[in-house]
Design a protein around this ligand. Structure first.
Ligand code: NAI
Length: 344
């Protein structure tokens, strides 16, 4: 048995990891706090640790982990924009779960879009109060509308298939378009100009930071709906708020928010929220916010636990780390992993 520790534990994580841990010969100590510079000391003596999307895995955190003997960070998620890979390189291997259920995220994106467009969030509250009025609940047919998908990876492609099922016209942008596919690629500018709905499915990188901003919003159709189930900082929240206020943006479906790390996944209902932009966005009738829950299906939780535990097992067994990522291979550059070795 090898022992690992687990940061930012929630009951649903523990349930799925506990079901599978024995099969992988791994014991787990669960910690409630998020991983960051002030909590990294808790991993003292654990060679491998498990972390998540809103942990702060910066240079300081990595240095403390390394000094205390950690050599593997197993991210139980696909995205890794919160890891300082340069600081980790040569010291701590970083592995992730590249795919656990693109369906979970794509279906949630469509659920948000349908709910917002058909005002289900309003209707649900009204009928529970015996208010059966339909005033203000008018939506539009998705059929025949143009949806612009940014990022045609695993999740983007599932979302496109779902949209096609609704009879929507699907256009897409990706700097690395898939060869030999029937995807109708357009330039980013064309996508902004043509789309009735824009859905984000690209990673957060230097290039995609604030992809939706004051200038790009200006290019969009009046009344455009924006769906973001990817990463919060793809959208400049202040520009989004302005677009909603001046009604250029007709609706926003947000599973992620750029300043979510101190808020999402926690019960903040007794706290005075200091983020005025979020508070104002949440007050809009044409916005639905969920708390980074697009991944939350039974299938995804099972797959996350399975791949994370396998990643840890492979590390302890000195095997090649199939799901390792470093600052080189993460950007598609030459890396030892391409020769079927560990990144360093
Ligand atoms: P993927 O790696 O399969 O696809 C990402 C696609 O984005 C690739 O085709 C890539 O070429 C493209 N891309 C890269 N740079 C781009 C740019 N500048 N503009 C447009 N496209 C660009 O990733 P996958 O699995 O489809 O996930 C997409 C994103 O979804 C992840 O990066 C993550 O941030 C987010 N996600 C959110 C979850 C949630 O619970 N809300 C759960 C899982 C992932």
């Amino acid at each position: 048995m090898n022992k690992i520790c687990f940061f930012d534990t929630k009951p649903y994580d523990k349930m799925y990891f506990d079901l599978l841990k024995e099969a992988y010969g791994i014991e787990i100590d669960y910690f409630e706090p998020k991983l960051g510079p002030r909590t990294a000391f808790m991993a003292n003596g654990y060679e491998a640790i498990v972390a998540f999307v809103n942990d702060t895995i910066n240079k300081e955190t990595i240095e403390t982990l390394y000094q205390n003997g950690t050599r593997l960070i197993a991210m139980r998620c696909a995205g890794y924009n919160n890891v300082d890979f340069k600081a980790a390189y040569g010291k701590i291997h970083v592995v992730r779960v590249p795919a656990y259920s693109p369906y979970a995220v794509a279906e949630h994106a469509m659920a948000l879009l349908l709910a917002l467009n058909r005002k289900i969030h309003k209707a649900y509250i009204r009928t529970r109060d015996f208010n059966f009025s339909l005033n203000g609940l008018t939506g539009f047919d998705l059929h025949g509308k143009t949806v612009g998908v940014i990022g045609t990876g695993k999740i983007g492609r599932v979302f496109m298939d779902i949209c096609k099922g609704f009879g929507m016209k699907v256009i897409a942008y990706d700097p690395y378009p898939l060869k030999d596919s029937d995807i109708h690629y357009v330039s980013l500018e064309e996508l902004f100009k043509e789309s009735d709905i824009i859905s984000l499915h690209c990673p957060l990188t230097k290039d995609t930071f604030h992809l939706i901003n004051e200038e790009t919003i200006k290019m969009m159709k009046k009344g455009v709906y924006i769906v973001n189930t990817s990463r919060g900082a793809l959208i400049d929240s202040e520009a989004l708020l302005e677009g909603l206020k001046n009604e250029k943006i007709g609706g926003a479906c947000l599973d992620v928010y750029e300043e979510e790390s101190e808020l999402f996944y926690e019960d903040m209902s007794y706290v005075v929220i200091q983020d005025d932009v979020l508070a104002r966005i949440l007050s809009m009738p044409n916005v639905i916010v969920t708390s980074h829950q697009a991944f939350l299906t039974k299938e995804a939780l099972h797959n996350i636990a399975e791949t994370t535990l396998k990643n840890c097992r492979d590390y302890f067994d000195d095997k090649v780390l199939e799901n390792e990522v470093c600052y080189r291979c993460g950007r598609g550059e030459v890396c030892l992993r391409k020769e079927n070795k560990r990144c360093f």
